[in-house]
Design a protein around this ligand. Structure first.
Ligand SMILES: NC(=O)c1ccc[n+]([C@@H]2O[C@H](COP(=O)([O-])OP(=O)(O)OC[C@H]3O[C@@H](n4cnc5c(N)ncnc54)[C@H](O)[C@@H]3O)[C@@H](O)[C@H]2O)c1
Length: 315
């Protein structure tokens, strides 16, 4: 077996800039929409009471990947990340293993990158200000990717004021209250999804919401009334309706499949996006394996081009 590179956290972040992550993520949605990239539903493996594991395969770009990733909400108390794992890359024509990649950095980049992709497609013309609700790891990458795409200034809110202030200082934005963050043109929620942070009364005409935190069963960041009041979009219906922000409203019978548009369809020009300047749009991101494939492919290309270094190992 040839030696395979082990691309660690820092190598991935050195290999793939937020700008490239945004472009690759957009491309992933288009290729998937066109049927060129494929992805079965992710498999959840509950590990109560600590959290859950997810197995996420995808195929495209001549590669096949499997991301093995966790969501363990109690980990920060142990000084460990909530989300971590590994991503395996194989050649899709021979099945030869090609790389072992840190999944935490890939997840951070692709989760952040989808926020400007969705905002460009769905926010009203001229939208610029950003509200970040939840400034942990993925909130920070969401803010970085929005800033890299030209959005801002922003207001960062987190019950831990020090993380909101650090993120605001990094981007030249400011820390503020939840209400101030919810007053922005583009609002992004990336909390653990244990409590509602957006209610129907918080919505302002013309806003766009990216809901990123509720990516598994039992999680929600918006009230059912808030969800039902928005023009709705999702990354993938099966995931969003069973383990995403839309789940509660779907279970109550307030939202049905025909009321929710896939982001890929909007990007491909196959479905309308924002229904009008006054509408409130909401995008439910549950996180897709095709997004991981996009970033892993970019990281592998950077290593092959000699732009980043990695230790290698023989299997
Ligand atoms: N959609 C996706 O693709 C995707 C990808 C990765 C992670 N996630 C999910 O995003 C969520 C956050 O993950 P993370 O790794 O950033 O976790 P994290 O622990 O690093 O950050 C969460 C942040 O939310 C803050 N917070 C908690 N309650 C809040 C509230 N009521 N209002 C505002 N902020 C609040 C916390 O103080 C913390 O700073 C998790 O639920 C995770 O599963 C989604």
């Amino acid at each position: 077996m040839p030696a395979v590179p082990v691309l660690d956290h820092d190598a991935v972040l050195a290999a793939v800039s937020p700008r490239e992550a945004i472009d690759r993520t957009r491309e992933a949605f288009l290729r998937h929409r066109a049927g060129e990239w494929r992805m079965p539903a992710k498999v959840y493996l509950e590990a109560p009471p600590h959290g859950d594991f997810r197995a996420m395969p995808a195929l495209g770009d001549g590669l096949a990947i499997l991301k093995w990733i966790s969501s363990f909400p109690g980990n920060p108390a142990l000084d460990l990340p909530t989300v971590m794992g590994v991503l395996l890359v194989s050649d899709a024509t021979t099945s030869e293993p090609l790389a072992v990649v840190d999944a935490r950095s890939v997840t951070a980049l692709r989760t952040g990158a989808v926020a400007p992709v969705a905002a460009r497609a769905l926010a009203r013309e001229g939208a610029s200000t950003v509200g970040i609700v939840g400034c942990g790891l993925h909130g920070a990458w969401t803010a970085r990717c929005l800033a890299a795409d030209g959005y801002g200034p922003g207001v960062c809110f987190d019950p831990r004021p020090e993380v909101a202030e650090a993120l605001a200082a990094e981007l030249g934005w400011r820390a503020g209250t939840r209400e101030e963050a919810l007053d922005a043109d583009v609002v992004c929620c990336i909390t653990p999804g244990r409590e509602v942070v957006v209610d129907a009364g918080d919505l302002r005409p013309g806003q766009h919401y990216n809901m990123l935190g509720a990516d598994g069963p039992g999680k929600a960041e918006a009230s059912i009334d808030a969800v039902a009041a928005c023009a709705l979009f999702c990354d993938e219906w099966a995931q969003a309706s069973h383990g995403g922000e839309l789940t509660g409203a779907v279970e109550e019978g307030l939202v049905t499949r025909d009321q929710v548009t896939d982001l890929g369809a909007v990007l491909a020009g196959e479905a309308p996006g924002r229904p009008g300047a006054e509408a409130v749009t909401m995008f439910d991101s549950t996180g897709l394996a095709i997004q991981d494939l996009a970033i892993a492919s970019a990281a592998l290309a950077a290593w092959r081009d000699g732009r980043v270094e990695a230790a290698t190992m023989r299997l």
